[in-house]
Ligand binder design. Structure first.
Ligand code: ADP
Ligand code: MG
Length: 382
């Protein structure tokens, strides 16, 4: 569905449910991280780009100090008083939008009550960051309605705080940065230590290529403990190497100096993926998109063998895609579920067919395929 169609649909829903038009409709995209996985909390680099799919928020101010939040996808309705709102006060999906209002008010911004209707054309839990999309759509809606003059980078931090503290997911700044700072035809090189960003040209179509997302159908839960365990392992690996974080090691071979073989593998993944992000950014700068293929392949192997967070459907999809002509493919996201990306020739259908056949041979339901053109960041649509 196009963003405009989604905006019309959510505005219609707002009118059906509330009997009046919203003051506006705001859109925030999901994202795909081209390369650099689990590098963010190790103070390293990532290279995400914004998708053409995302979350829309139809919103209007209200004077009673309440947030009235509904979502086309969630089904239920949350009514949340802003006064006394804090971590633990809201659970489930409404913690994302309510957390944004809370974080904005905590930072001293004059955000009051609002009626919010959420809609989306982005799969949830697929590693495409629907969580950041819902946060960022609500953040730009509330910022504009209540005339909060915060630069986009400030909204990135507020949306992240909502996810970290209100929802309780210890994520980094990548997802919100991609959603709020993304540009069409570009990826965003993000230094997770300094917070510095740079737009890097990334236009697969112009190179006769396309970025395909395979939603493998397997679902992750960042709260299930394995994500937190990897974070701890990385901290221990950095301590073993005597550096503040793994970002401070340039040569993946240095990981071998760690006595514990598991920690050594974890470190080798993070250090080598940092190298691959920087190599990928250089290739994009030189408009050598085909050169990305081997980097995507190497990243997947590293995530599968060293970081040990890939899952059967991802391995099958990545392998089938490459055998059918993808230049490279890899799992994306935190691991254990979500999506695979493949760099394919434009107009290709062989890769989709091969992945579907690989699934069918194992008796798995056919995965969903999404085209992923690098698209604009969050903006007002109506
Ligand atoms: P991802 O960010 O990869 O999609 P997460 O687990 O981080 O996965 O975030 C998914 C959660 O975000 C959902 O379980 C839900 O709580 C919330 N969410 C995302 N989109 C919507 C939506 N359209 N309506 C309600 N909640 C949503
Ligand atoms: Mg998320």
């Amino acid at each position: 569905m196009s963003g405009a169609a989604l905006a019309r649909r959510v505005a219609g829903r707002f009118r059906d449910w509330h009997g009046s038009a919203p003051e506006g409709v705001w859109h925030a995209p999901g994202r795909v991280n081209l390369i650099g996985e689990h590098t963010d909390y190790n103070s390293g680099w990532v290279l995400p780009f914004a998708l053409d799919r995302g979350v829309v928020a139809a919103a209007a101010r209200r004077g009673d100090g309440l947030l009235d939040i509904r979502s086309e996808q969630a089904g239920d309705r949350a009514t949340v008083p802003l006064a006394g709102l804090g971590p633990g006060g809201v659970t489930g999906w409404a913690a994302y939008p309510a957390g944004v209002a809370w974080a904005m008010r905590e930072a001293g911004h004059p955000v009051g009550g609002a009626t919010l209707v959420i809609d989306s054309d982005l799969p949830q839990g697929a590693g495409l960051s629907s969580s950041a999309a819902i946060e960022c759509a609500v953040a730009i809606a509330l910022a504009e309605l209540y005339q909060v003059r915060v630069p986009r980078t400030g909204l990135v931090r507020l949306a992240r705080r909502a996810e970290n503290e209100m929802v309780g997911v210890p994520s980094g700044i990548m997802d919100q940065s991609a959603s709020l700072l993304g540009e069409a035809g570009h990826a965003l090189l993000l230094d997770c230590r300094s917070g510095e960003t740079a737009a890097v040209p990334f236009d697969p179509a112009a190179a006769g290529l396309a970025l395909l997302v395979v939603d493998t159908g397997a679902r992750h839960a960042l709260t299930d403990g394995r994500y937190a365990l990897r974070r701890q392992e990385c901290e221990r690996a950095a301590r073993a190497l005597g550096v503040p974080s793994l970002r401070d090691v340039a040569d993946p071979a240095r990981a071998a100096a760690i006595g514990d073989p598991v920690l050594a593998r974890r470190a080798r993944h993070v250090i080598s993926d940092d190298c691959r992000v920087c190599a990928a950014a250089d290739l994009l700068g030189a408009h050598d998109l085909a050169g990305l293929g081997p980097l995507l392949h190497a990243s997947h192997a590293s995530l599968r063998d060293d970081f040990e967070i890939s899952w059967p459907q991802a391995d099958v999809a990545a392998e089938a895609a490459e055998r059918a002509g993808a230049l490279g493919a890899r799992m994306v996201g935190g691991g254990f579920g979500g999506s695979v990306i493949a760099l394919v020739p434009a107009g290709d259908t062989a890769v989709r067919a091969a992945v579907a056949a690989g699934y069918a041979a194992r008796g798995w339901p056919e995965p969903a395929f999404l085209a992923a053109p690098p698209s604009a960041g969050a903006r007002r649509l109506l």
